[in-house]
Design a protein around this ligand. Sequence first.
Ligand code: SF4
Length: 718
Amino acid sequence: MRETRSTCPYCGVGCGVIIESEGAQITGVRGDPEHPANFGRLCSKGSTLHLSATPVVLQTRRLLQPLQRLERGAAPQPLAWDAAAEQVAERLAAVRAAHGPDAIGFYISGQLLTEDYHAFNKLARALVGTNNIDSNSRLCMSSAVSGYKQALGADAPPASYQDIEQADCLFIAGANPAWAHPILFRRIEAAREARPHSKIIVVDPRRTETAELADLHLQILPGTDIALFNGMLHACVWEGWIAADFIAQHTEGFDALKALVRSSTPAWAAKTCGIKEEQLLEAARLFAASPATLSLYCMGLNQSSRGTAKNTALINLHLATGQIGRAGAGPFSLTGQPNAMGGREAGGMATLLPGHRDPASAADRAEIARLWGVEALPETPGKTAVELFEAAARGEIKALWIACTNPAQSMPEQALVRAALAACEFVVLQEAFADTATAAYADLLLPAATWGEKDGTVTNSERRISRVRAAVPPPGQARADWAIVSDIARRLEQRLRPGAATSLFAFDTPEQLWLEHREATRGRDLDISGLSWALLDAQGPQQWPYPEGAGAGRQRLYEDGRFATANGRARFVAKPHGPAAEGCDARHPLTLSTGRMRDQWHGMSRSGTVDRLFESEPQPALRMNPQDLLRRHLKSGELVRVRSRRGELLLPLQADDAVGPAQAWLPMHWGDEFIGGRDARGVPLRGVNALTQPRFCPDSRQPELKYSAVRVEPVQLP
Ligand code: SF4
């Protein structure tokens, strides 16, 4: 038996794993006791990883060779790798020649490794010449990115997991780590035991397992987070709980914010949020007066049409009370995906460039063009996730290359996304798993290696870069993502840069891509010029920044009170409470929120291959408050039709008093397993995103997956 140290491919906690293998078969997995994220522990998903790589799964669920669909709807036929790669290069070159570079789009994934991100980003921007590259991380963390940038000057989570153990007050808002970040939750529980005086406040419309651990659960109405944070700030100002010296020395914009929150009285805010005024005042007092307050937040704030404002309203509280830049204090966004952070660092999104640069900045574009050895990078703004599919539906995007994600299931307003895929002239899907909903729309399927089969790096929520290592070779003809991209890019180069002396994609190993990525960080806030793969191999995972000569990464940012803005001062961002993008009315009186279950991951491409992970939740159910069931003469277990303005689903109902009145909650994971569903025109659809809506935050462009108006009706069975 061989042992290989690697990293779990599920959530952003980034736990270290030791893969056990025999020959070409992964036989087991256990937690890496030396990894500083998990110290040997794994959750239900991580500890069953090997079961997603059994011979049966490899033979029945994996894409093992390139496949070509000669016409839409037909069964895909095998084709040789060489022919498949030539075909992609030929079709992309043809679309570019006929319609320009912006007729091509790339939709990639926070599951990809940093090296894969780098390859795709360079292909899109330096060779194709488009900024139309975005990632499913848009659905995950982009509001946290824009919140950090607006308030603190850089997309850099200031805290570390160790701060959980040093916090006197944990303020958990819009996050359910008990299910979504289970190993971090174990650390929260252990910290609570070790420091019995510490307090936990949870802000969540649902009484989650995390909320059950809290001293104070603020069960706010959906979409009222800004009212809560502004009301708490009003209380802090009124009661004198603010850190006046810190505000004067290290921030700007407080007067405008103070004027804004003058009308956000605790009484008004509590009423708006549907909680008691005493609860809001107690939360404000604990937040401000605790020696160290750490906020943990995630999709509840991010997946909103006001996502950035929700993030900055919470950061305002930290700045006003001086709860930042100290042990156990600071705003700390929890990353959803295993390498959403690495994708941000590599700039593999429409609104980013490598090294936290900005594609709207001519100077930033010029720096990356010089590093990559091309004349210039494209200037036209790229389309973000929702915009990309809207443009495809309008016929503006003709060719779409999708990697390691399943937008036909996971994007909001599923009907529009499926129409967009159908409208594209050429859809390439680079995937490890053969039977995703998106695969049905692909003209060409390219088999990709996945966890346990490829090398590279990922960055977790606390800025820690870990190595990912291959324990076994990829099955069949599957290849590493960076290698697929580099091969096709070299073929495209022959068409777009004939006679070029050297290739932009002369990569033989993923480490070469990483070294190029590393150069783009030099001198930036995320500088990793002092790191190497050899150092990561010898000393284990490291946090950034880690500049040359540093000797160690930095555990905590802004300890000197100097922020990443031009003048070093953090910025208060004054934004009022406002309504969600889609309102309820008499026809759609319930607010639907979506979220994760403990034992499943995203669209279940991988976790759905493991029978054991269905034991706690065998099928999806719509959860509603028992009072709402009574009022509608509905019973737990019966089949209901849930309708939004975009589509409908049939599924069982489950009474759950953890869900607030006039609300409904649905897990995000299931797709084709739903009993039935269709869009407003009767086209069959599956999964929660038949119902959700695509309106997004104007700053982060992250769609509002946590708030859709729906109604629920009984189903008359024949
Ligand atoms: Fe994997 Fe996240 Fe579980 Fe850790 S907490 S084992 S990273 S799924």
